[in-house]
Design a protein around this ligand. Structure first.
Ligand code: G6P
Length: 365
C-alpha cells in the first residue's frame, strides 16, 4: 500500500508523531495483561552465557541501549558491535552465545554478512527486524518483528523506538527466566510499560519549546550531546539524527568523558544538549553541566521536573519530560532528540526526508 504524509509536511514528522500508537501496537504483540509473551515462545534465556548484538547506524545505538537493560535486569554480559567491524574482525564466538542482529530493513549488507558469520558458531541467531519477510528474518532461528510499519524518512525514528521496545521486553523476559524478577514484579513492570505511550504523547506535546530551542541550535556549527548510563547511547542517537538531516556537526560523549577532551571545545558558540532524567547519576551530570556553563556553554537540558529543579536556573533551555521508570527513559527521551533534529533541519531548509548522500537501506558494502 502507498503510504502518504497524512497532512504532515514530512514523512519524518509523521513518523515521529506516530510513535505512541505504533509502540502501543508493539506492546500488544509482546505483553499480555500481566506477563511477557515474546512471539517466539521457544525463546528462553536460562542457558545464555553471553549476548552478542550486531547492527549498523541507528539500530546499533538501539543495541548499545539494550546492553544496559540486559546487564542490569538480567545479569547477562553483552557485547555490542558495529556490523562492518564484527564481520571482518572474525571475533571468537563461544558456546552459550546468543547472537542478536537488529535492523529496520533486515537487508543491510554488513549486518547480513555478520549474521552469516555467526551462523554455526552461536547457539542461536535472533533477528529483530521491521520487515518480517527480509533476508535476516529468513535466515534467523528466531524472528522478533518490531511492528513499526513502513518507515519512509531516511533518518530512522519510529523504527528506533520500536526496536528499543522489543529489546526491553526481551531483557524483561531474560530477567524472569533467570529468576531476577518474580511474576509480581514482571506484572507490575508490564503494567507500567503499557502506560508508556501516554508519556510519549506528553513528550510530543513539548514540540513548541523544542522547536524554539532547535531554531537557535540550527545556527551553531558544532553541537555536543551528553548522557550517562543508558542515556549515553541516546546522546549518540541524538547527535546522529542532527548530523543526518541538518548537516550540523554533532558529537556525543558519555558525560563522564567530558573532562577527557571535549570540554576543550566548549565556548558560547557550542550548544550542549544534556539528556538526563533525575536518576541515581543525576548529580554527577549536574556537575558536568556546571563545567560547561562555567565556560560559557549553553546547556539545553532534557530532563524531568525533579531534574529541572536540581539543575538550577542557569540552564539555557529546559525540555521537560514526564517522570517514568528509569528503564523506559531511553524510549521516551528519543522523541525530543528526534524533534530537535527535525526542527533544526526544517530551520535550515534541508531535505528532511531525503538527506544528501544517505540511503534508507544500505544493501551494498
Ligand atoms: C542506513 C540508514 C540508517 C539506518 C542504517 C541501518 O544508514 O540511513 O537510518 O539506521 O542504515 O539500517 P537497518 O535497516 O539495518 O536498520
Amino acid at each position: 500500500a502507498r503510504v502518504d504524509k497524512a497532512g504532515y509536511k514530512h514523512f519524518m514528522a509523521k513518523e515521529i508523531a506516530e510513535q505512541p500508537s505504533v509502540i502501543s501496537g508493539t506492546l500488544s504483540a509482546y505483553l499480555t495483561q500481566d506477563s511477557i509473551a515474546l512471539p517466539e515462545p521457544g525463546m528462553d534465556f536460562t542457558k545464555v552465557d553471553r549476548l552478542v548484538m550486531v547492527a549498523c547506524g541507528t539500530a546499533y545505538y538501539a543495541c548499545l541501549t539494550a546492553k544496559y537493560w540486559f546487564e542490569k535486569l538480567a545479569g547477562i554480559p553483552v557485547e555490542v558491535d558495529i556490523a562492518s567491524e564484527f564481520r571482518y574482525r572474525e571475533p571468537p564466538i563461544t558456546p552459550g552465545t546468543q547472537a542478536i542482529f537488529v535492523s529496520q530493513s533486515g537487508e543491510t549488507a554488513d549486518t547480513l554478512a555478520a549474521l552469516h558469520y555467526a551462523r554455526g558458531k552461536a547457539d542461536r541467531i535472533v533477528a529483530v527486524v521491521n520487515v518480517p519477510e527480509s533476508s535476516m528474518a529468513r535466515e534467523a532461528d528466531y524472528v522478533l518483528p518490531i511492528h513499526a510499519g513502513a518507515e519512509i524518512g531516511v533518518a530512522s525514528t519510529k523504527a528506533f523506538t520500536c526496536m528499543l521496545t522489543v529489546l526491553l521486553t526481551m531483557a524483561l523476559r531474560a530477567s524472569a527466566d533467570r529468576g531476577r524478577m518474580n511474576d509480581n514484579q514482571i506484572a507490575d513492570f508490564s503494567r507500567k510499560f503499557r502506560g508508556l505511550p501516554g508519556a510519549l504523547n506528553v513528550a510530543l506535546g513539548r514540540d513548541e519549546i523544542i522547536e524554539d530551542a532547535a531554531r537557535q541550535i540550527a545556527e551553531a556549527r558544532d553541537v555536543l550531546f551528553l548522557g550517562r548510563g543508558s542515556m549515553y547511547p541516546l546522546a549518540l542517537e541524538g547527535a546522529l539524527k542532527l548530523k543526518e538531516i541538518s548537516y550540523i556537526h554533532a558529537e556525543a560523549y558519555a558525560s563522564g568523558e567530558l573532562k577527557h577532551g571535549p570540554i576543550a571545545l566548549i565556548d558560547k558558540s557550542v550548544p550542549v544538549v544534556v539528556m538526563a532524567p533525575r536518576d541515581g547519576l543525576f548529580e554527577k551530570t549536574v556537575s558536568n553541566m556546571h563545567e560547561v556553563m562555567a565556560r560559557g556553554g549553553r546547556v539545553c537540558l532534557i530532563t524531568d521536573a525533579a531534574g529541572a529543579e536540581l539543575a538550577g536556573s542557569d540552564v539555557w533551555r529546559t525540555i521537560l519530560m514526564p517522570e517514568v521508570d528509569e528503564a523506559f527513559a531511553p524510549i521516551l527521551y528519543a522523541l525530543p532528540a528526534q524533534l530537535l533534529a527535525y526542527h533544526a533541519a526544517v530551520a535550515k531548509g534541508t531535505d528532511v526526508d531525503q538527506p544528501r548522500n544517505l540511503a534508507k537501506s544500505v544493501t551494498v558494502e
